[in-house]
Design a protein around this ligand. Structure first.
Ligand code: IMP
Ligand code: MG
Length: 175
């Protein structure tokens, strides 16, 4: 992808500000209760690393690895579990940490799978909420930034596994 085909949509400063706010909201809601953050790999690895440092409530962390995309920019609708949780979530306050909610299929699939394991509570935190593309009824409880449509890269988000290392989030010109 040529550099002229992308432009900064959300700066690192904006991202940091929103994550600070999310950390405060979560800390207020949970107080001294222990939270288990469940990061959805790979896209959320930077977000969860920054978020957990803004949370004052006692926190533990685990990861799942889901894959829903081929090499294109459209969801395939088929969700594959490539890595399961290592810690039991029964009776825990769980927050799923996602990079982006797009069609919502990935999150719906994960949410239902976690719910049957009887967590004490189950909430969703996403850095980006891409509302215009929602195909299933699922709402995040904590939202960093809302946007309409468009494919974005950077700060953990990839295109064909590349660009996750960019410190800002860029909008890709798909034309
Ligand atoms: P969903 O199942 O359609 O909601 O897809 C969610 C997953 O697709 C996210 O966790 C991302 O990994 C990926 N994804 C969706 N939109 C984008 C984007 O604009 N850039 C990069 N990855 C995306
Ligand atoms: Mg993801």
């Amino acid at each position: 992808m040529a550099e002229q085909n992308r432009k900064i949509l959300f700066s690192r400063e904006r991202i940091a500000t929103e994550i600070k706010r999310l950390g405060q909201e979560i800390s207020q809601d949970y107080g001294n209760q222990e939270i288990m953050l469940v990061g959805v790999l790979k896209g959320s690895f930077l977000f969860i690393a920054d978020l957990i440092r803004e949370i004052e409530s006692p926190s533990v962390i685990d990861f799942v690895r889901l894959a829903s995309y081929g090499s294109g920019t459209q969801t395939s609708g088929i969700i594959e579990f490539r890595k399961e949780l290592e810690m039991p979530i029964r009776d825990r306050h769980v927050i799923v940490v996602e990079d982006i909610v797009d069609s919502g299929y990935t999150l719906e699939c994960l949410y239902n799978k976690l719910l049957i394991q009887e967590p004490r509570s189950l909430k969703i935190c996403t850095l980006i909420d891409k509302r215009a593309r929602r195909e299933v009824e699922i709402e995040a409880d904590y939202i960093g930034i809302s946007m309409e449509d468009g494919f974005i890269i950077g700060y953990g988000l990839d295109h064909d596994e590349k660009y996750r290392n960019l410190p800002d989030i860029y909008l890709v010109d798909e034309s």
